[in-house]
Design a protein around this ligand. Structure first.
Ligand SMILES: [Zn+2]
Length: 130
């Protein structure tokens, strides 16, 4: 069966497809957050001097991974919210459609190629204090 060429101007003509994709990613990321959190709590409990003010480097690494997994989950969450409100696939800065290629590579993308990806901050490189 041939695929009909889409004439729609909507940046995301295939909403249900994106929803299924994003929901699958959301579940994966939720599982990652859960696993990392459990790993962190196990490691924290097993660490010598548990309860010490300063976690060791291995624990800090785990904390950073858990924090970035939580952010990734939140990104997917927000992409699903954009899909529900019809803003998915549009640049949050200039409202231009985000290239399908970009969305396929990163469905959580918020910005078109021209506006870049300011959402990708690297603040997680510094230690997450709690
Ligand atoms: Zn833009």
């Amino acid at each position: 069966m041939k695929q009909a060429a889409s004439k729609t101007t909507s940046p995301v003509p295939d909403g249900p497809w994106w929803r299924a994709l994003l929901e699958a990613r959301w579940r994966d990321r939720l599982q990652q957050v859960t696993e990392l959190s459990l790993e962190f709590h196990d490691a924290a409990a097993a660490a010598p001097g548990a309860g010490a003010v300063r976690p060791g480097p291995a624990l800090q690494r785990l904390m950073r991974r858990a924090a970035s997994a939580r952010r990734a989950l939140a990104d997917t969450d927000e992409a699903l919210a954009r899909l529900a409100t019809g803003r998915f696939g549009r640049c949050e800065n200039c409202a231009a459609p985000i290239a399908a290629r970009t969305l396929r590579a990163e469905p959580e993308a918020r910005y078109c190629v021209r506006c870049g990806q300011p959402a990708l901050t690297h603040r997680d490189l510094s230690v997450v204090a709690s």
